[in-house]
Ligand binder design. Structure first.
Ligand code: UDX
Length: 438
């Protein structure tokens, strides 16, 4: 078991730090954000992530997990340093690596004996080489280190489970010694025979982008099939089920919807495209997946407009669900942002409700009407739009909605409502790729 520092306490850093301590390592989670570290020390988790608090509490209590803002000290006290800071989208779609480079300088300056420096953040292919040279340039002593690329594959909302029971671990390293150390870091998984892929650094970096872009492609593909289903009168759910029964295709990530969002797919597809263009190896498939996704988000608004006979001015729309998917409070690149902005641009009014994402959406739209439950949101609404597949929306009481709304119009962008019930109750409705005519 190792002494580990994880730099960055966002979704990736915090879940990784907590998970690594659960594996028996001694972990320091370090961040420059004083208020975040203060909260964590007080037992408050700054993000909504099911199960994370339990893992953090358990390991804080057994002394294996601590928090600090003193990154230099944390670096000096560790055998393995994980970089888990953000790599947001830059101006031209490329990944902004400012934070990762700053951390590398800091690690270099504080390198006092052999360590493994491991990147978890999603960084463009080739970044490992740059980080190695930054660390070397900033070294104050002639000490050796090894570099490892260990990309994360954590789904928000299921990140703890994904960390503790991953499908695979990818380790791209500059030496055998580093790989042995990483095996020790992931000892319980190594013993469990979780597939571990050992490779070089650029291949590991590529695996991350190739995986995320492929899943994004899959979603854009099924969304286009759904749109075509609408045109030909087919049911995309039956199509997806039959497609998914083919082992070569697999049933996962074939759920049509309002377009993918979140902190990964939109950013990673753009970063891959930007890199491929820069290297003069254009990726038309990824380019198309991005364009399809942008269009899918707009298409949802057009469906709403259509349901309202092109008359949205002054109408109140109940938007149920703000996060980019269920089980998270993250609204980054959420399809609901496009929906809300288009409703406002067209002089409609928004009643918004989400079980956990309200505060994050308030930062973008402080002035829409936030409601404390779906009943309040749909009251006197001219139309209801479901944007996130939260469990509580799957079982919506349609009879009650019919009584509360001004007009019985529902757009179900997640295909979670029962079509028969909608027809029986006399709703005017639409969805993605299923029957909508009564
Ligand atoms: C993703 C990857 O799954 C994870 O491995 C990676 O490391 C980080 O990015 P995340 O962004 O948390 O995780 O969410 P995910 O569950 O993959 O969903 C992404 C988006 O795709 C959401 O907006 C979701 O609603 C949408 N989606 C997903 C679909 O529209 N249809 C699907 O079938 C699956």
């Amino acid at each position: 078991m190792k002494n580990i520092t994880v730099i960055g306490t966002g979704y990736v850093g915090l879940v990784s730090g907590a998970g690594l301590s659960d594996f028996g390592n001694k972990v320091i989670c370090a961040d420059i954000d004083k208020s975040k570290i203060k909260s964590l020390k007080a037992g408050i988790i700054p993000i909504y992530e099911p199960g994370l608090k339990e893992v953090v509490d358990r390991n804080v209590n057994n002394g294996r997990l601590t928090f600090t803002t003193d990154i230099p000290q944390a670096v000096r006290n560790s055998d393995v340093i994980f970089i888990g800071v953000g790599t947001p989208e830059g101006k031209n779609g490329e990944a902004d690596l400012t934070a990762v480079f700053t951390v590398a300088e800091l690690i270099g300056r504080n390198l006092d004996n052999y360590k493994v420096i491991c990147t978890k953040s999603t960084v463009p292919i080739g970044t490992g080489t740059n980080l190695i040279s930054i660390i070397n340039k900033n070294k104050k002593q002639e000490v050796k280190f090894d570099y490892v690329s260990n990309p994360e594959f954590l789904r928000e909302g299921a990140a703890v489970q994904d960390f503790l029971m991953p499908n695979r671990i990818v380790l791209g390293a500059t030496s055998k010694k580093a790989l042995q150390i990483m095996q020790d870091v992931y000892r319980p998984l190594y013993i469990n025979e979780t597939p571990i892929i050992y490779t070089d650094v650029p291949t590991a970096e590529m695996i991350k982008y190739a995986s995320n872009a492929f899943l994004a492609l899959k979603i854009s593909y099924i969304n286009e099939i759904a749109n075509l289903c609408e045109a030909v009168g087919a049911d995309v759910h039956v199509v997806a089920k039959a497609m998914g029964s083919d082992g070569r295709i697999s049933p996962k990530f074939l759920h049509p919807g309002p377009g993918f969002g979140g902190s990964c797919f939109p950013k990673d597809t753009k970063a891959l495209l930007s890199l491929s263009n820069a290297l003069n190896e254009p990726m038309k498939t990824v380019e198309a997946a991005i364009a399809t996704n942008d269009q899918q988000k707009v298409r949802m608004f057009n469906k709403l407009l259509n349901l309202l006979d092109n008359d949205i001015q002054g109408k109140t729309i109940a938007v149920l669900g703000l996060s980019f998917k269920q089980m998270t409070d993250d609204v980054r690149e959420s399809a609901s942002i496009v929906m809300i902005s288009k409703i406002i641009d067209n002089d409609g009014l928004v009643n918004a409700y989400d079980p956990v994402a309200e505060e994050n959406m308030k930062e973008l739209y402080p002035n829409i009407n936030y409601c404390s439950d779906w009943q309040e949101a749909v009251k006197d609404a001219d139309a209801v739009v479901i944007m996130t597949e939260w469990h509580e929306f799957r079982g919506l009481d349609l009879v009650k909605i019919k009584l509360l709304v001004k007009t019985p119009i529902i757009l179900d962008t997640r295909n979670i409502l029962n079509i028969k019930d909608l027809i029986t109750l006399g709703f005017k409705f639409d969805n993605v790729g299923r029957k909508s005519k009564n």
